[in-house]
Design a binder for this molecule. Sequence first.
Ligand code: ZN
Length: 470
Amino acid sequence: MPPRTHRTPLALLAGLALGCGAEGSADDAEAGDAPLEGRSEESAADADADGDVADVGDAADAGDVWDAPFPPSENLGRDILHIDLVIDLAALSGTATILVAPSSAPGASFEAGGLDVRSVTGPAGPCEFVVVDGRLDVGLPASVEAALVVEYGFLYQVDFEGLSRRGYVLDWPNHCGNVFPCHSHPTEGQTFTLEVLGVPPPDAAVYAAELSADAPSYQLSWAMGQFIHQEVGTTTAGTRLVVWTVAGRETAAAEGMADLPAVFDWYERTLGPYPFGDLVGAVAVNWPPTAYGGIEHHPYWHVSRFAIGDRLVHVHEAAHGWFGDGVRIARWEDLVLSEGTVCYLAARALGQTVGPEAEAETWADYEAELAAIVAGSDRVAWPDELTDPVELEEFLFSRSPYMKGAMFYRAVAEEVGAAELDRVLAAFFAAHAGRAAGMQDMLDRIAAETGFDPTVLADGWLRSLGSPAP
Ligand SMILES: [Zn+2]
């Protein structure tokens, strides 16, 4: 994760267009698509379940549904199923084709605080829209699945709040609305395609052209630079690992990634198939020198150029393919399900692949960091709802969920056995992959799979300040 940053005031822009159904609906009306209703209900019942990209042509055929004018209305609860994003960096413009699910209420809303929204077009023509307080509200019927094409401009942002002039996008936790119309809440998952055009030579852009499993908005990113591509290795499942490094950091990148094929192979064999394709790796991004570490923009996680030689950073970011990305968190307050699980897995994976000394070294680092947290800016790792935005932001940039989360899992492993805990984590991933889950789901899974109730350990490590007496 990047260091703490502060939000900038965002330009708010508003616009209006003609009715979302007024044009082009006459020809379409005769199709009279009765099955639409049934399919809508089916989709609405489990709108977030699969990110299934249905045939949006059906919505265009349902002219009667779209016939009335639909004024813009707020509906942030409308589920996003899929986004096709085309970015033109030369023009600083984007085209987002957003497939939204049927909803019980009309309208669809997206975070768009840093965007200059120029038009929104639905299956039956231009849609009415307005941008209020950084939120794009679009008018459309309730009970339809529809693809909305949003044309917009956007700007460079300060570091770690969207597109940086230093050549990367970082949108975690809630800055996706500076890059594309989105829902930043981590429970929202959708599939993506991405195309980045207009990269000024000699730079090139590194990004995944497709995320074919449901992903949180903060997973989408790209990086630009004069990268040097290095092959790292292949897992037994056939997943290829690579690193895009920069001149002068080739040796560091090779060293930092040297154990990743074995580690990634262990993750795949232990936790289950990797969800985001068969080419994964790291990109050495040009974060400011004050920032150190990486972030989980799978399948190509970003790592500071200064950290590209740091094995633990790669082992940590790689595990986010399963926890934090593969399984999203249901609430930001459940961050420990992402970061704590990943910190534990990183130590465990190093022990199982590199050896006991590597694992012991990692735990020693964690213990030292935990001691500093407890002595300094201690926080509850798994808090109740944080309603104050400042408090929430401080929590999200705290390391407490990382270290206390790791310690919680280690304490569970001491009770049930580390191999048994591996099995629980695999069962959890199988049950929740592609969906959002909370830390309570993990406690329940541990209890159900092992017969051991981890509540006391969770109370001590995750729900309290300090650290439990040994
Ligand atoms: Zn992390």
